[in-house]
Design a protein around this ligand. Structure first.
Ligand code: BGC
Ligand code: CA
Length: 291
């Protein structure tokens, strides 16, 4: 059992309507995250507390680093390359053809630098979403279909397994991932989390190979062994809509957790802020996209 401390609210940072998708960039000591319903990408430089905000939309759902220092941002139906300093769009990397009620949601770069990004039904009902791969040559491929709310994505250290969450299923699916080709080759198993409150949302993986999974509506993050599905730890967050998490800080042992408000913006609690907690274990860094 990994012992995590109590999460602390980073109340000096911007509050999001739907805070999501945190990533840590060690070279600039900076945390990035998105506010999907606030049309913003935020950043927080840990060494001096500098906060940056890029206005971009509609629905900026995920931000990933590119190898040349720019950002890859998914918006409603497009994948954009964005200058992190002034927010200008440098290039439209891909456009998907989806129903108007769909939008992009969570994404990650795979260990070979491709972008893997899923879509969702904004009504959160129909399995009209898909998962796409954008290859470094900008080719767009659909690798999965029939998902309702495409969410957390992570890979095992060797890249042979992809962990994937379609939130309403309330489970994590372990997929065989062909890293050389960037394709999914079958389901290894499902890890059922339906006995926990809320639905699984975003996730990250630590250096011991355990998944840290935010439960949207459950106000917590679970640490799960993907080999046997055992839950080996949990972080209780004083905000109900925990959306995603990532490791950061100088030793990669701080877990940053994004949260959402209940969307009525009526809440008086710390919902919508970023939280941080000492996780007691070292995390992995996100792979960068090679565009
Ligand atoms: C989506 C939300 C959704 C939540 C729970 C998030 O990733 O952006 O719209 O309500 O997951 O499924
Ligand atoms: Ca999410």
């Amino acid at each position: 059992m990994v012992q995590a401390s109590r999460p602390m609210v980073l109340g000096n940072l911007p509050r999001s309507v739907l805070g999501e998708g945190p990533i840590w960039l060690p070279e600039s000591n900076t945390l990035y995250w998105v506010d999907i319903l606030g049309d913003r990408v935020h950043s927080y430089r840990l060494i001096d507390g500098h906060v940056g905000t890029i206005n971009i939309g509609p629905y900026p759902s995920c931000v990933m680093p590119n190898e040349d220092g720019n950002l890859v941002v998914t918006v409603k139906d497009r994948v954009l390359l964005v200058n992190p300093h002034n927010g200008s769009v440098l290039r439209v990397l891909a456009t998907v053809n989806e129903p108007p009620s769909n939008r992009f949601n969570d994404c990650k770069c795979d260990p070979e630098g491709r972008l893997v990004a899923g879509t969702m039904d904004m009504n959160e009902k129909n399995p009209t979403g898909s998962v796409y791969v954008v290859d470094p040559g900008f080719g767009l491929r659909k690798i999965m279909g029939s998902v309702t709310i495409s969410n957390g994505i992570a890979w095992s250290q060797d890249g042979s397994s992809m962990y994937y969450i379609d939130s309403p299923t309330r489970r994590v699916t372990v997929l065989r991932y062909n890293r050389r080709e960037g394709v999914v080759e079958g389901v290894i198993k499902h890890i059922d989390l339906s006995s926990y409150p809320g639905v699984p949302d975003g996730m990250t993986i630590d250096t011991e190979g355990y998944l840290w999974i935010a439960l949207y509506g459950g106000g917590k993050v679970l640490r799960v062994n993907p080999v046997d599905g055992e839950v080996t730890g949990q972080v209780e967050v004083p905000a109900q809509y925990t959306t995603s998490c990532t490791f950061g800080g100088s030793s990669l042992t701080t877990l940053f957790i994004t949260t959402a408000t209940d969307r009525s913006r009526q809440t008086t609690g710390p919902d919508g802020y970023v939280f941080s907690v000492e996780a007691g274990v070292r995390g992995t860094m996100v792979s960068k996209c090679r565009f």
